[in-house]
Design a protein around this ligand. Structure first.
Ligand code: AN0
Ligand code: CP
Length: 316
């Protein structure tokens, strides 16, 4: 694997999941693989889990880590070719990406969707500009379209908690949120689920349909309670409207995940990528219950990142 832009860049998802689970038993097994190599993590947006777990994963492989909050501390970058740069942008990504490549063997990029321009978000401008101009592998730490480190984590967590011998029913449920959020986490979760043996259903209010090129033929159920029936996993995420790009069309608190809704499931596990707003997205009683996997998901971020970096270092 050269770059990790999407979950589809993994040669074999099931193998990566098994490798990550095996790694948990001996996470320093490949401590020399990254010796004398440096990873540079560039954050154009906030982070807790991605920043710390990717750093930890790189350290487990013996790599040196440089982290930069590019969004607040770097020069404002220009992305278009041929621009007369006499406005606010100080540096072109063409130089920036080549410069970082002088110091790093791998570059991680986090650059969320701006949610203002559907076309430029779809083009994953920041991520793809680094892929284009950098001379080293690029890892997607959440782009405008996807969050594949999260999706690999979620695949690992589902594998660890599914009932053996039963095809799991997995529900991706929209939930309310006061801010307009990106589609990336939901998109990558869907991409990942399409590579799994599962009964997979998406539930959201009308008007929250995601990109049909991503959802393809996945069943959409507009009745959340119906979708929850018999579910083994309920994966919750807010996103803003895709068709009415970046708009908030529904704030109905009845879409919040409550204990009475979880009772409709097959003793279902609650999942969320975090950060989550308590008692808006999910009631305390659910996130604090024994069926909540959120901290286990966060723990698995370290191993998901480690498998991705290991594959890159081995050029596998
Ligand atoms: C981000 C999002 O929804 O994409 C990051 C999630 C990992 N969440 C927020 O901005 C709250
Ligand atoms: N889940 C996740 O990516 O969290 P952070 O935004 O805190 O990195």
């Amino acid at each position: 694997m050269k770059h990790y832009k999407s979950i589809n860049d993994l040669k074999d998802l099931q193998q990566a999941v098994q490798d990550a689970i095996a790694l948990k038993k001996d996470k320093l097994k490949y401590k020399t693989l990254g010796a004398d190599k440096t990873i540079c993590l560039l954050f154009f947006n906030n982070s807790l889990r991605t920043r710390l777990s990717t750093q930890k994963a790189a350290q487990n492989l013996g790599m040196e880590v440089i982290v930069m909050n590019f969004g607040s501390e770097g020069w404002a970058l220009e992305y278009e070719d041929g621009t007369v740069m006499d406005q606010g942008k100080s540096e072109h990504v063409k130089e920036a990406a080549q410069v970082v490549s002088q110091y790093a063997d791998v570059i991680g990029i986090r650059a969320f969707a701006g949610l203002e321009n559907k076309e430029s978000d779809a083009a994953e401008l920041v991520l793809n500009s680094f892929v284009k101009y950098a001379s080293v592998p690029i890892v997607n730490m959440e782009s405008s379209v996807g969050h594949p480190l999260q999706a690999l984590t979620d695949a690992i967590t589902i594998e660890e908690h599914k009932i053996i011998g039963r095809k799991p029913k997995v529900v991706l449920s929209w939930a309310p949120h006061p801010k307009a959020l990106p589609h990336a986490v939901a998109n990558s979760f869907i991409n990942m689920m399409q590579l799994q043996e599962a009964d997979f259903v998406i539930t959201h209010p009308k008007g929250y349909e995601l990109n049909a090129e991503i959802t393809k033929d996945v069943q959409i159920e507009y009745n959340q309670e119906k979708a929850f029936e018999n579910a083994d996993f309920v994966y919750v995420k807010n996103w803003s409207s895709y068709n009415d790009y970046g708009q908030i069309k529904c704030t109905d608190p009845n879409w919040m995940i409550t204990a009475s809704k979880m009772k409709l499931t097959n003793n279902g596990k609650f999942m969320h990528c975090l950060p989550v707003r308590r008692n808006v997205v999910v009631a305390d009683e659910v996130i604090d219950s024994d069926n909540s996997l959120v901290i286990k998901q966060a723990a698995n971020r370290e191993f998901a990142a480690q498998i991705v970096l290991k594959n890159i270092l081995e050029n596998d």
